[in-house]
Design a protein around this ligand. Structure first.
Ligand code: SME
Length: 177
């Protein structure tokens, strides 16, 4: 990816949010460049989101390990490592398998604070063949940073990520650790 001339950070100047996500969707497959390594692609995906979406202070994965979510590749300050199923926004999303947009994290019962700068959050479940793989978590210092356009845009980007990784093999290999 580093030498890929097609990759550049995009901004939302003169673009709607939907147009910006459409452009990011086109760029994301160039970031993966045919590479299927799950850790490498998760790492680059979080960097891609962190540097192409405005007003973020954290973007990363929590991956299912047994009955817990465990911190995966991310961008931002060090975060809590292990989240039990049903706990916090991430554990709630993992259990319900439904995206949560949280306009004010301080009003979410059981929210787990990792970075005191976070005021809103979106968490999206990642399902592979109907099995929970983990969640994608984005935090913002702004209240109400995320909306329905973000949900749709991020879910589309996640589809591209999933199509470029062999996540079920990665999940199997992690079970033996
Ligand atoms: N706030 C999350 C924890 C993860 S951090 O935001 C990185 C939660 O309540 O699950």
């Amino acid at each position: 990816m580093a030498g890929n001339k097609l990759y550049r950070e995009t901004t939302m100047v003169n673009q709607t949010k939907i147009q910006h996500y459409q452009e990011l969707s086109l760029q994301l497959s160039h970031v993966f460049e045919g590479e299927h390594d799950a850790i490498a692609n998760m790492a680059n995906f979080t960097s891609f989101l962190f540097y192409n979406l405005d007003r973020l202070n954290w973007a990363g994965f929590y991956l299912l390990r047994g009955n817990d979510l465990v911190l995966g590749p991310f961008q931002g300050k060090p975060a809590c490592i292990r989240i039990a199923m049903g706990k916090g926004v991430c554990g709630t999303v993992a259990q319900a398998r439904q995206t949560q947009i949280v306009p004010d994290v301080h009003a979410f019962p059981g929210h787990i604070p990792c970075d005191s700068a976070s005021n809103s959050e979106i968490v999206i479940p990642i399902l592979i063949d109907g099995e929970l793989f983990g969640v994608l978590d984005l935090d913002s210092p702004d209240f109400s940073r995320f909306d329905e356009d973000d949900r749709q845009g991020l879910e589309k980007l996640l589809e591209i990520f999933i199509a470029n990784c062999n996540l079920s093999r990665f999940s199997e290999s992690m079970k033996s650790l």
